[in-house]
Design a binder for this molecule. Structure first.
Ligand code: COA
Length: 185
């Protein structure tokens, strides 16, 4: 298979690719590459993949780029990732975790997973699982005591396979050393 993939070194990435867990990279399908969102990803179909999830209006490339830089200016807060086809250099999967810092729980942090989507033609190849494993790893390595998300009932089995459990009105995964949440203040 010939590769059109743009190397990470030629891209302006949203955050350091070193934060992608090695364990996930080792398990990734060989036809794809997983990396942080890049400033040129508007041209690689970023919005088209998101439209699998919901209605997406096109703001135009310059506004998309302004949003990229504005979100990146909030240091250590947003971690958007993409999965790219090596054959086409087009995006086939997306996801994001943002880190909420709290005054509760000893100034703890919570990771919120948002905007998960895999291109229809690529679903069922464990790309969704790798996206969730990456975002959960980034969340836990950032010191978050839990990682949470909201989803429709039909996606609950998918997130359970990713290690999440239904808690009240959200899906949650506690960091390994904090399996027992401390009582609410
Ligand atoms: C939900 C979604 C992200 C899953 O991605 P995917 O790459 O197709 O899923 P994976 O191949 O990684 O699936 C991992 C496991 O979950 C299972 N799974 C995936 N979606 C499922 C579903 N809706 N119901 C039950 N099981 C599901 C798979 O069968 C697989 O199980 P296995 O390990 O036993 O083989 C993808 O289908 C998607 O983008 N859907 C549309 C947008 C959306 O709903 N996003 C989620 C918003 S909360």
């Amino acid at each position: 298979m010939s590769s059109k993939l743009t190397p990470d070194n030629d891209l302006e990435l949203f955050f350091s690719a070193d934060l992608i867990p090695d364990q996930v990279k080792a398990q990734l399908h060989p036809d794809v590459h997983l990396r942080p969102l890049a400033s040129t990803d508007y041209q690689r179909g970023h919005l088209a993949v998101l439209s699998v999830l919901t209605v997406v209006s096109d703001p135009g490339e310059s506004n998309w780029l302004a949003q990229f830089h504005s979100m990146r200016a909030a240091s250590k807060t947003y971690y958007p990732i993409v999965i790219v086809s090596k054959q086409t250099d087009q995006i086939v999967g997306v996801g994001c975790v943002f880190i909420e810092r709290k005054f509760l729980r000893g100034l703890g942090s919570v990771g919120h997973i948002e905007d998960i989507a895999v291109d229809k033609s690529q679903q069922g190849k464990k790309l969704g699982l790798r996206i969730i494993q990456t975002l959960t790893g980034i969340s836990e390595n950032s010191g978050c005591y839990k990682t949470i998300l909201n989803c429709s009932d039909e996606n609950i089995p998918f997130y359970e396979k990713c290690g999440f459990q239904k808690k009240e009105n959200e899906m949650a995964k506690y960091a390994p050393e904090r399996t027992q949440p401390s009582p609410r203040l």
